[in-house]
Design a protein around this ligand. Sequence first.
Ligand code: SF4
Ligand code: SF4
Length: 206
Amino acid sequence: MHAPSSGGARRREEATLAGEAPTFKSALDGYAELESEIRTMISGLFGEVCALCTSSCCTPDICEESEYSAFLRAVRVAHGKSSAFCDRFGWLTERGCGLTVGRPPVCYGFFCNEILDSMQERERIILRVLGRLLSWVGERAAGTRHLVEFGDDASLSEINASRLIERIGVARTALLGVKSAFNTERLSLEQQDAVRRVSPSAEFDA
Ligand code: SF4
Ligand code: SF4
């Protein structure tokens, strides 16, 4: 059984079935949608804790990766809202991160000890899969290079859009599996396969 698709994802699937070549724009749109879903989920889980945190883990040098990476810049320009970047605080504002999309993948993959210590081992394993999704999507975007390693706009043409779109699809299915697992619901076989691709060592029962 196929996982439910959002409107954008469904249009991309229909285009692929119709034989249209996957385009860089489709990959960009799909990445932005996926990032938004991941951001919404993480924010729902930890937004209140992070809002009260006095030792934010955000630093300007992490923020700068979103400026260096031509792909993340393109995601931000096409789909994002952002505050102004400042040398002292990067994208960080008094309301948290000022970037809606185009954040470095590491921003979704780090969870501090306060968060990890508040969870059971099973939840920590699920969280590791969630935190790895965006980083996994960007691996081997061209040869061995990660999406975030393309610095200038001209180099974006080297990105393998078909591969990226395929990975985004797998990550979306894995994200549904993560949501099911957090709700202690059984994962479909497709979701289990997707989770295994993203994180081969992750083992958690429904
Ligand atoms: S992840 Fe931890 S250190 Fe970072 S902002 Fe949230 S509570 Fe603070
Ligand atoms: S979450 Fe936002 S403010 Fe924090 S390090 Fe990442 S880009 Fe910077």
